[in-house]
Design a protein. Structure first.
Length: 152
């Protein structure tokens, strides 16, 4: 999948260094479902799952710059706790505030014909709330500090 600035692709072995960078950065991890820095063993296990994913039709894709193939993060569309798929994104801290999360999620959503999509984020994650709202998501509930969103 492609957008004007991004490629969404399968993970490759060299992506491990970037995933490790993200998953050992507390600023990045506190905004995710993991909530905390991961150990090398946890990162390795997670990465090997990412390498083996078929991404058909749902999955997790690496996000890279089309200009220089620099790794930016990952984006997902998967079945989780909801009856319909959920989107998510994790961006390297050095790539924050450049519109990559919005563009990657927008690209992902536009490539699937889903009637309803869900998302979650912490109540204090203003950047994610802004991105989800811009993508047309509506907040449906606030449960223990987690905001739940839907897009029809």
């Amino acid at each position: 999948m492609k957008s004007s600035r991004l490629n969404l692709r399968k993970f490759i072995p060299s992506d491990l260094q970037y995933l490790t960078e993200m998953m050992t950065d507390l600023d990045v991890m506190r905004q995710t479902g993991f909530r905390s820095i991961q150990t090398p063993a946890q990162i390795s296990t997670h990465f090997h799952k990412l390498l083996s994913l078929e991404n058909n039709p749902y999955g997790i894709w690496a996000v890279e710059s089309r200009a220089d193939q620099d790794f930016i993060g990952w984006v997902m569309l998967q079945r989780t706790i909801f009856p319909e798929p959920e989107i998510g994104v994790m961006i390297r801290k050095s790539k924050w505030n450049q519109g990559h999360a919005y563009e990657a999620l927008s690209c992902l959503i536009s490539n699937f014909n889903e009637k309803k999509i869900h998302a979650r984020c912490d109540h204090d994650n203003q950047k994610s709330i802004k991105i989800l709202t811009k993508l047309g998501f509506k907040m449906t509930k606030n449960e223990n500090g987690t905001l739940f969103f839907e897009r029809d």
